[in-house]
Design a binder for this molecule. Sequence first.
Ligand SMILES: Cc1cc2nc3c(=O)[nH]c(=O)nc-3n(C[C@H](O)[C@H](O)[C@H](O)COP(=O)(O)OP(=O)(O)OC[C@H]3O[C@@H](n4cnc5c(N)ncnc54)[C@H](O)[C@@H]3O)c2cc1C
Ligand code: FES
Length: 344
Amino acid sequence: MRVASVAHDTDDSVIVSFDTELEFAHGQHLTLRREFDGTEVRRSYSICSAAPSGELRVAIKHVAGGVFSTWATMELKPGDKVDVMPPAGHFSHELDPAAARSYTMLAAGSGITPVFSIMATILSSEPHAQVSLVYLNRTSQSTMLLDELQDLRDRYLGRLSIAFAFTREETGGELLSARPDRARLDRLIAAGFLPADADHAFLCGPIKLITEAEQALVAAGMSGSAVHREIFTTNQPGRVSLAPQEVTETSVAVATGRATLHGRATRFDLYEGDSVLDAVQRVRPDAPFSCRSGVCSTCQAVLRDGKVEMTVNYGLSAAEVARGYVLTCQAHPTTPTVDVDYDA
Ligand SMILES: Cc1cc2nc3c(=O)[nH]c(=O)nc-3n(C[C@H](O)[C@H](O)[C@H](O)COP(=O)(O)OP(=O)(O)OC[C@H]3O[C@@H](n4cnc5c(N)ncnc54)[C@H](O)[C@@H]3O)c2cc1C
Ligand code: FES
């Protein structure tokens, strides 16, 4: 895709717009690919525009020492071409223009990007919806999309409430002036900043905050299936190997499998230490993946037959796991055969 513009947002983040009218759902992300010193790097970035707006853009925050974000925030410029995979992800829900639903949103740092898209889409597509956002940052200066959030609040006056919480700046209210732990989250719910009686909650930020917020909302009466969450990062190493391990004469075959991808089924062998993705990738280099760390869910597939164990799972909800979805980059077979369907 051709980059249409790169606008500076905070001191360490940029908003990148693409010259395209690609369709996407609110809350989805793009995986951007680029070679650094001959090594391909893939990183996911959530779309931060309203789904009906026709605009496709992402906001990228610089991570100290980060391979992709350093390049994107310092070198990327209008006119550059970037390799982008189709929009993916399920941090989303069915819109209903006739419904009068209420929504609770919690975002921390760059976690605002999908939440912004979700809020802007809901407010324009569901005219009776009410949205409450708590947005946590270190300071107002480090707050991404600040002006755009204020514009959104002005445009949907009375339907969108935003509480900015800062960990290193006074907000004028004690409740919003520290990193929320579980006790503080309970108080934010009781005070109405994070309504637990909302129809849906969308939470995006570091895993500890999001897990505690989900637990607090459920403890306050919200149904677990109404809580949607997205995690951007775990403790994954910066450069995860993108290639499967090499098969040698000493490799021990442990299972066989079948993968359906783009309408075509292919058989594969799994060796000791392989994830399902590793094994599929050897015979189908077009297998989708990005983080290889169980976070982004780009590699998800439905397990049609056999059983697997996932090392970690930050990307799939309990409902998706119950429907048979697995993260193939984390899935290791516990049966002699497995059958995965990437097209499901
Ligand atoms: C579904 C999804 C959506 C995402 N959306 C966005 C988005 O909209 N905007 C955005 O800026 N980022 C987003 N991210 C994070 C993004 O994909 C990259 O992880 C991030 O830009 C760092 O990549 P890097 O190559 O610069 O750093 P790397 O070279 O991968 O990492 C360098 C070091 O920083 C650590 N690290 C990686 N990411 C973070 C982080 N976010 N915070 C703190 N430490 C980190 C790593 O563990 C590593 O030690 C998203 C991630 C996912 C999975
Ligand atoms: S590639 Fe990101 S979860 Fe598997």
